[in-house]
Design a protein around this ligand. Structure first.
Ligand code: HEM
Length: 211
């Protein structure tokens, strides 16, 4: 058992396989929803969306609640390059691809339920131009999360690449330019931490309040 748990790849793939069987059993056998019913795919997408959302927001909270406030407490002589050169680039990998998969599964979830355009336009394209409150609520949440996704891919990640010289893409950047890139990345990461709480009211509330 210890050798199985020590291998992250085994654990991750087995967990996904168990989750798939679990979902299929309850959907197909207990709830009698066949694979060609859109509710089956809604359940699968909801599961996948929350899973990759945790991957994204989990790393966002790691940066904001753990790494950023505590790294400066490490005495200068013990700091070494390990956080910037090893831990942060790995965390940024799962962070940005978690964000991408969350966006894709979220858009598919709305498309599967036939309200993608209505939600993204907040009902403005409807006749009369008034969407159901559920669609407006989830539409606001989707836009908050899309802004967060944009910040990850187009502001935080490029600035972290500069600040940490990831993959030696910016070998000639001076210390002041690196510090300024790190500051920009931190401010947008903090903005996303701020947006995450109201965004989740929409994500979790849409079905509960108006289901
Ligand atoms: C990146 C853009 C995102 C889009 C386009 C999106 C879209 C959606 C949609 C359409 C739903 C279904 C709402 C419903 O019909 O009840 C949903 C639910 C949800 N989303 Fe997102 N979302 C995004 C980001 C996130 C993020 C970052 C998280 C963080 C974990 C998240 C967590 C959730 C949760 C927990 C639910 C509720 C699932 C349920 O109650 O079954 N979403 N999202």
């Amino acid at each position: 058992m210890a050798s199985f748990l020590s291998n992250l790849k085994y654990v991750a793939w087995t967990a996904l396989a168990v989750a798939a069987l679990f979902l299929i059993y309850f959907a197909v056998v207990e709830a009698r929803i066949p694979f060609d019913d859109s509710r089956f795919w809604e359940a699968a997408l909801r599961w996948g969306h929350v899973l990759v959302g945790i991957m994204w927001i989990g790393h966002l909270y790691y940066f904001n609640f753990t790494q950023i406030p505590n790294a400066p407490k490490i005495p200068e002589e013990h700091r070494g390059p390990s956080i910037g050169k090893v831990i942060a680039p790995a965390a940024l990998y799962w962070f940005r691809w978690g964000a991408m998969l969350t966006l894709i599964t979220g858009l598919l979830l709305a498309w599967n339920q036939n309200y993608l355009i209505e939600a993204l336009s907040l009902g403005a394209l409807d006749q009369p131009s008034f969407a159901a409150p559920k669609t407006i609520l989830i539409g606001i949440g989707m836009w908050l999360a899309i802004i967060m996704w944009f910040n990850v891919w187009f502001i935080i990640w490029p600035n972290q690449q500069k600040a940490l010289n990831i993959a030696n893409a910016y070998p000639d950047l001076d210390a002041a330019a690196k510090a300024s890139a790190a500051k920009t990345a931190m401010l947008f990461s903090r903005t996303n931490t701020f947006l995450s709480a109201p965004m989740l009211v929409a994500m979790t509330g849409a079905s509960t309040l108006f289901g």
